[in-house]
Design a protein around this ligand. Structure first.
Ligand code: UDX
Length: 437
C-alpha cells in the first residue's frame, strides 16, 4: 500500500521505516532538510536502537523515501500525521502549529478513498476539527485517529508489534471503510493477535493522554512514597517490590528516583490539564498538578541530598553526573531530570562534569556552561560527589572498587535506585539514594 508519513521526527521516522519493513511503499515528508537528508542516507537523526539498520534495509528495497516535497505523497492512499505537539513556551497547552500545517498540506493532496490517520498526541477535540476539514475538502476521504504508544529506546519493536491498536472514527460507512483500510496497513500486527479497540474520535484521542497520565501518576505515586520513606527510614525499593507483587498494582513504573522526563509525559500531562480547563472539567485533573509537583520536587531533593552529603555546601565542589538523557538507550534530553539536576547544581556554584554514552552532544548544545567528559572515569576523576541520574546498563554495572581509585571522595548518590548499596558501601563508598536508607 502506498503510504505517506508527515513529520519525520521520533514518531514519524520510526513509523515510516517500520511500515516499509512490513512491505508498504512509504514516503516520509518533513520540512527540515537536514533531517530528511540524514534519513535518506539511512541515518536516524537521534539515537534509537535498531533504527539505522532498519532504515538502511528499507531504503535498499526502494520502498522507502524521504523528501521535503509533499507532492511525492500525491499518490499515497493513507496519509499519517506524525508531527510533534510540544509544550507552548510559557504555557501548559500544546503547540498545535505543526499539526495545523501538516493537515493543510495533506488536504491539498486528498483524492476520493484516501484515509488520513492522526497519530500525533493532541488535545481532545482536534480530531473532530480535522475530520470536518477532510470532509469539506474531499467528501470521499476519511479521518481515523490512531494514537501511538511507542517508547523511546524500544520504538521499532513497539511500532511493529504494538501491545494494542486503537482506531477512532466517525460512525457511518466512510469511517468503517477507512478502518478496514487501516486493517490492511496493520495486517501483520493484527494477524499476530494484537488487540484492537475501535471507538469514536474523542475516546481515541483521550486514550493516549490517559495512558501517559496514568504512567506519570504511577511514577509520582512511588516518588511520594519515597518522601515518606525518607522521613521514616523505610526503603522505597522494597516497598515497590512488595506492593508490585499484587497483580492489580504491578511492579512496572514503580521505580522511584529523580522522576520522569522526556518529550511526552511532562508535556502531555500539562496539555491535558490545559484542555480540561477549556472543557470546564479542570477539577477532574487537578491531581495531575500534584503529580507534576512531586516529580519536580525529586530534582530539588537530589540537589539537597548532594549538598547534605558534601557537608552543607556545594559551592566550588567537584560533582560528577552520570547520565544526561532522560532515560537510558536514548539521546533525548528533553526535560531530562539528569540535566535539570546538573544545571541546578552548576547554577548554585558547583563545578559539574556530565557524562553520558549517547546524549553529550545534545546536552552540550542545551547547557554549554556545564563541563562534559567522554568516559565515566574522566567525569569522576577528582569528584567529591558522584550522582547517578540515568540508569544506563554500563553505569549499573560499574565496579565501585575501580571507580574509587579515581574519585577524590567516594560518595555516590543513586538517583535511580539501581545500584546495590551493600556492594558500594563495602567498597568504601558513602552511598545515598532517594527513598532508601
Ligand atoms: C512514554 C510512554 O511510555 C509511551 O507509551 C508514550 O508513547 C510516550 O511517552 P517515553 O517518553 O519513551 O514513553 O518514556 P518512558 O519509558 O515512559 O519513561 C518516561 C520517564 O519516566 C523517563 O524519564 C523514565 O526514567 C521515568 N521513569 C519510568 C521513572 O522515573 N520510573 C519508572 O518506574 C519508569
Amino acid at each position: 500500500m502506498r503510504i505517506s508519513v508527515f513529520g519525520c521526527g521520533y514518531l514519524g521516522a520510526v513509523h515510516a521505516a517500520c511500515m516499509a519493513s512490513l512491505g508498504h511503499d512509504v514516503v516520509g515528508v518533513d520540512v527540515v532538510e537536514e533531517q530528511v537528508a540524514a534519513l535518506a542516507a539511512g541515518r536516524a537523526p537521534f539515537h534509537e536502537p535498531g533504527l539505522d539498520d532498519l532504515l538502511t534495509e528499507a531504503l535498499a528495497t526502494g520502498r522507502l523515501e524521504f523528501t521535503t516535497d509533499p507532492q511525492r505523497a500525491a499518490d499515497a492512499v493513507v496519509h499519517f500525521i506524525c508531527v510533534g505537539t510540544p509544550q507552548k513556551r510559557g504555557e501548559n497547552a500544546a503547540d498545535m502549529s505543526y499539526v495545523r500545517s501538516a493537515v493543510a498540506t495533506i488536504l491539498t493532496l486528498l483524492k476520493p478513498g484516501d484515509v488520513v490517520v492522526g497519530k500525533s498526541t493532541v488535545p481532545v477535540g482536534t480530531a473532530e476539527q480535522v475530520a470536518e476539514r477532510v470532509e469539506e475538502q474531499e467528501p470521499e476521504a476519511e479521518l481515523v485517529w490512531n494514537p501511538e504508544f511507542l517508547r523511546e529506546g524500544h520504538a521499532v519493536a513497539d511500532t511493529i508489534r504494538p501491545d494494542r491498536l486503537v482506531y477512532g472514527f466517525r460512525a457511518g460507512e466512510g469511517g468503517e471503510r477507512a478502518a478496514r483500510v487501516l486493517d490492511e496497513v496493520y495486517a501483520a500486527a493484527l494477524a499476530d493477535g494484537t488487540p484492537k479497540i475501535e471507538t469514536d474520535l474523542a475516546t481515541a484521542q483521550l486514550v493516549k493522554v490517559a495512558a501517559n497520565s496514568f504512567l506519570a501518576t504511577k511514577i509520582s505515586f512511588i516518588n511520594a512514597m519515597a518522601e515518606l520513606c525518607e522521613a521514616t527510614g523505610a526503603d522505597v525499593t522494597q516497598l515497590a517490590d512488595a506492593i508490585g507483587h499484587d497483580k492489580r498494582i504491578g511492579r512496572q513504573f514503580l521505580n522511584a528516583g529523580v522522576g520522569f522526563g522526556g518529550g511526552c509525559l511532562p508535556k502531555d500531562i500539562r496539555a491535558f490539564m490545559a484542555r480540561a480547563g477549556e472543557l470546564g472539567v479542570d477539577q477532574a485533573l487537578s491531581f495531575l498538578r500534584e503529580v507534576d509537583s512531586i516529580n519536580l520536587r525529586r530534582r530539588v531533593r537530589m540537589v539537597d541530598l548532594a549538598r547534605e552529603v558534601c557537608g552543607g555546601s556545594i559551592v566550588g565542589r567537584r560533582v560528577a553526573v552520570l547520565g544526561a538523557a532522560f532515560k537510558p538507550h536514548s539521546d533525548d534530553i528533553r526535560d531530562s531530570p539528569a540535566l535539570s539536576v546538573a544545571a541546578q547544581m552548576q547554577l548554585q556554584g558547583a563545578q559539574v562534569t556530565v557524562t553520558d554514552p549517547a546524549a553529550i552532544d545534545n546536552a552540550r548544545k542545551k547547557w554549554p556552561e556545564l563541563a562534559y567528559a567522554d568516559t565515566v572515569d574522566d567525569a569522576v576523576r577528582g569528584a567529591e560527589v558522584t550522582l547517578l541520574l540515568t540508569e544506563w546498563p554500563e553505569y549499573v554495572a560499574l565496579d565501585p572498587v575501580e571507580l574509587r581509585a579515581v574519585a577524590a571522595t567516594p560518595r555516590i548518590i543513586d538517583g535511580r535506585n539501581c545500584l546495590d548499596p551493600a556492594t558500594w558501601r563495602a567498597a568504601g563508598w558513602t552511598y545515598r539514594a532517594l527513598g532508601r536508607p
